[in-house]
Ligand binder design. Structure first.
Ligand code: C2O
Ligand code: CU
Length: 398
């Protein structure tokens, strides 16, 4: 359900949108392998669609207009039904005029629990979100061209929503960090917690990883398991000004868990295969960018918006290595629907298995993907202002 709601952000009451009357929308929790049925009832006076970000589900449930379903008209409803095969941290959000509807609050966490979850004292969802407020303190209704052609529509209020607000020193936490902001990148510094990264974009790492900071570009997730040493404070050090994003307070002390932090049970993923073909995806446009032949501000391989012909059309099961190159003057984060892919790291090995890859200015990265899910799948920048102004394409898996 999608409604108009009054919500409290940075101490102020602001009219926003929400699912089931809340912002973020209700956290959905399921068990791995479960069959899920969710009815979307559209109470907006605009169209609506929901995309289940990061879930490897049948194409007709993917929630993308033009490619997978029609927009749900005001007053109408749609039943989403699928089985959740992967355990992990996912999220859901509007995929219709998403730069606007997500910025107004149409998003929420989607958690799939392992059949044998790791032993922790608290499993906490933390979502980082920003809003652009106008001078009157209300959601800024104006969408200006420069919000689409630069780093995006960056809010002037930043906040975090943590599902648990108080813990004990010594507690072991699982933090499920999610960035549902439309354009804002966070580089998180966590204090008060000693732990390791156990998953990116819902997919477990084979070995937990130490970290100093965690980069969360729009749409990305990161799971951390760690032990509380003091107030758990989230700071953002992306950009020139550090910002305090919120915290989880410590109320008491208990003896810490002696057990080491172990990897999460793996999801069943395709074996890593040699690519049968390669492709190149060039990110173009924006303020100060080189000219391109697309019709929007941004383009992928000289085309803006969903082209009539897909960027790639392959038989099911094909493995493709894609070189993604950012030729623009801004960072981007490329998200593929219906699949995860291996990201080649700076050491040249394919390590993290993700659904969204971050490309800083001038950066190039290879990803390896086995396209085993039939259908028409969107591939776009998850800075939703960039997506809205051209940075989108699609892949057909036959
Ligand atoms: Cu999270 Cu096409 O989106
Ligand atoms: Cu972008």
């Amino acid at each position: 359900m999608a409604d108009s709601i009054d919500t409290r952000i940075a101490g102020r009451k602001i009219p926003m949108l929400g699912f089931n009357g809340s912002l973020p929308g209700p956290t959905m929790r399921f068990r791995q392998g479960q069959a899920v049925g969710i009815t979307l009832k559209n109470h907006l006076d605009d169209g609506a669609l929901v995309h289940w970000h990061g879930l490897r589900i049948p194409n007709r449930m993917d929630g993308v207009n033009v490619l997978t379903q029609d927009v749900i008209a005001p007053g109408r409803s749609f039943d989403y039904q699928f089985r959740v095969r992967d355990a992990g941290t996912f999220w859901y959000h509007s995929h219709y005029l998403s730069y606007e509807q997500v910025s107004r609050g149409l998003f929420g966490a989607f958690i799939v629990e392992e059949n044998i979850p790791p032993a922790v004292d608290h499993d906490i969802v933390v979502q980082f979100f920003d809003v652009l407020l106008a001078k009157d303190g209300k959601y800024d209704e104006a969408f200006r061209p420069n919000q689409f052609s630069t780093e995006g529509r960056i809010g002037n209020v930043v906040t975090s929503y943590a599902s648990v607000s108080s813990v004990k020193a010594g507690d072991r936490l699982r933090l499920r960090l999610i960035n549902p902001s439309i354009d804002r990148i966070y580089r998180l510094r966590l204090s008060g917690l000693v732990g390791r990264i156990v998953a990116f974009d819902g997919m477990p790492l084979s070995e937990p990883m130490d970290f100093e900071t965690i980069l969360l570009a729009p749409g990305q997730r990161c799971d951390v398991i760690g032990d509380v040493r003091g107030n758990v404070v989230f700071r953002d050090i992306w950009g020139p000004d550090e910002a305090d994003l919120g915290d989880i307070a410590v109320s008491a002390t208990r003896p810490p868990t002696p057990e080491p932090i172990k990897p999460l049970p793996p999801n069943r993923v395709p074996p890593m295969q040699k690519p049968s073909r390669s492709a190149e995806l060039v990110l173009q446009g924006g303020v100060g960018g080189l000219p391109h032949r697309g019709t929007g501000t941004w383009a992928l391989n000289d085309s803006s918006g969903l082209p009539r012909r897909p960027f790639l059309s392959v038989p099911r099961g094909s493995t493709v290595e894609i070189s993604v190159r950012n030729e623009t003057g801004f960072p981007h984060v490329m998200h593929l629907h219906g699949h995860h892919f291996w990201e080649r790291d700076t050491a040249g090995t394919f390590a993290a298995f993700r659904d969204s890859t971050f490309l800083d200015i001038g950066e190039q990265r290879n990803i390896l993907v086995t396209l085993d899910n039939p259908g028409a799948w969107m591939l776009h920048c998850h800075m939703l202002s960039h997506q809205a102004d051209g940075m989108a394409t699609w892949i057909r898996v036959a």
